[in-house]
Structure formats: C-alpha cells, structure tokens
Write a protein that binds this ligand. Structure first.
Ligand code: FMN
Length: 276
C-alpha cells in the first residue's frame, strides 16, 4: 500500500534521530543510511546525545527517522525525552527501527503512537534483532552475545535492513509489532519490567581496580557519573544502557560482587568490537 505518494517526486531527505547504548543501534542506522544513500536518498544521522535543534531538523527533512534499542519493551529514558521534544508537523512520514537481543513485540507502535497526534504518519516500523548486550547476576541467566556469534547475527540483521530499505523505496506501508501477538508480548513485558528491574538491578559501582581515568564520566549518556574524592560515584538517573559496564577500559564497573568474575559475566564487546 502506497502511503507517501512521493514516489515519483524524486528522492527524499531523511533525518534519523537515534540513541545507542553499546553500538547496535548505531550500527543498524549506519547500515540503513549506507543502503539508502546508494539509492540517492539524502540521509542525516543525528545522535541524540548531541545538542539538537529539533525544529529546524524536522522542518528541513521530508521523512523523519527514529531508532533506539529495546529496554524491556520500552524506549530508553533518554529517547523518551527526545520524543517529547519533536515538534508538531503536518503529515510528515515517519520511519523507525528498534534493535533487540531476542524479541521485539510492539515497542515501536507503543512508544511512537503519541507522535500521530503531533502530525507524524508512520510508514515503516521494523524490529531488528541483533544481539544481547544485557545480563543480570540475579533472576536473568541469559548471557550477552559472544563475539564469535556476532558475524552471523549481523548478517541476518543486515538482511532485515535490506527489507526495510525496500519498503521505503517501494513506498509500502509496513508496521511491525502492532498485531495481537506483538501487543500481548509488549503488555506482559511492560507489566513486569519495572518490578523485575528494581528486584534484579541495584545500580552500578566501580570496584578497587578503578584507575579514575574518567572514561565512564565522559561517556555516560545521562551525565549520571561523577568523580569525588572517594572515586567514581553513580547518581540516581542511570538508564541501564550498559555502556560503562560493557566498555570500562579496566572492567572496573560492577553490578554486584559476582560480576567481577569476567569469565562468567563476560562484557558485551559491541557489534564490531568497537567501544561507543
Ligand atoms: C535494560 C535493558 C533491557 C533490555 N530488554 C530487552 C528486551 O526486552 N528484549 C530484547 O530482545 N532485548 C533487550 N535488551 C537488549 C538490547 O535491546 C539489545 O542488545 C540492543 O540491540 C542494544 O542496543 P544498543 O547497543 O544500541 O544499546 C535489553 C537491554 C537492556 C540494556
């Protein structure tokens, strides 16, 4: 089904606003941009950790894009703030992707439905399963994805991104997760997520191996980490993006004593082995 009616009016400019904790979503939007540019779309990728003039960015593009990782069937808190800042518009087409470790349910539909009343028109929503960046020492025994498993997973994710490009290019309406099964999964997961998180996750701390290099302070997307005379201190607005825990140069950031065991609690290495 054609929805934009723009197909014969030349290629469009797409601005994609994204957040990525450990690199999966950045990888996915990078691939999407690469593939759309080959088809002559003008793509601007906007990292939501930067200063953004939302009004002018939205005004000067033909299609708005959004991308974020799934956090228990929600968007990360920082990204929810981004959605609030998007200005009203008159019928601007909206494309979106989410990245997940295992399963994605209705998170795009649920998170972005409020944008309809701001005038955005959803056209393509795709869930890209990449790899898991999250483990918890209690209640959640699932490990993070190991580096040797990544090439196969990334190849599969890339095929999904190809499909997304095709929907955009062919001007086809494609909304994932808004079906009864996706809705049920999302409702169940959101229903238990808050309780589960407060039971299983008590926050991060830095252990005695911390060299006070300040890397985590610079990289925390929520400015939640500070240094005082005792060392690194975590404040109250962690959104569990997993960046500091995964990529601390010294592996000094812990959830509990258990996570000091790096063989058992291996850290996620990022999709291409690069630190965010
Ligand atoms: C707090 C948290 C909750 C998560 N919840 C889910 C989930 O419900 N389902 C899932 O498949 N993956 C889940 N994941 C895994 C991430 O969605 C996945 O690894 C994502 O691609 C990470 O993207 P990023 O590297 O751009 O941050 C969760 C990760 C975190 C940190």
């Amino acid at each position: 089904m054609s929805i934009r009616g723009l197909k014969n009016e030349g290629k469009n400019k797409i601005c994609i606003f994204y957040f990525s904790g450990t690199g999966n979503t950045a990888w996915a939007v990078g691939k999407l941009a690469e593939k759309l540019r080959v088809l002559d779309y003008a793509i601007k990728l906007i990292d939501c950790e930067d200063e953004i003039d939302f009004i002018s960015e939205v005004e000067c593009c033909d299609i708005v894009g959004l991308a974020f990782p799934i956090h228990s069937s929600y968007a990360p808190k920082l990204f929810q703030g981004v959605l609030n800042k998007l200005p009203n518009c008159k019928g601007k087409p909206l494309i979106a992707l989410t990245t997940a470790g295992y399963m994605a349910g209705d998170v795009l539909w649920y998170t972005l439905k409020s944008l309809k009343s701001k005038g955005y028109v959803p056209i393509v929503f795709s869930n890209i399963i990449i790899s898991n960046n999250m483990h918890l020492p209690v209640l959640c025994p699932l490990p993070v994805t190991k580096p040797n498993k990544l090439p196969k997973k990334l190849a599969k994710a890339e095929r999904k991104i190809d499909k997304m490009v095709n929907y955009i290019e062919e001007d086809m309406l494609h909304i994932e997760g808004a079906n009864p099964l996706g809705r049920l999964f999302g409702i169940m997961q959101r229903g238990i997520a808050g309780n589960f998180e407060s039971l299983a996750f008590k926050g991060f701390y830095s252990d005695e191996s911390c060299t006070k290099c300040g890397w985590c302070i610079k990289k925390c997307p929520n400015n939640n980490i500070q240094m005082d005379n005792k060392g690194v201190k975590f404040l109250g607005s962690c959104m569990i993006c997993m960046r500091c825990y995964s990529f601390c140069p010294n592996h000094s950031i812990q959830m509990t004593m258990k996570t000091k065991n790096l063989k058992k609690y291996k850290r996620y290495t990022g999709p291409e082995g690069k630190r965010r």
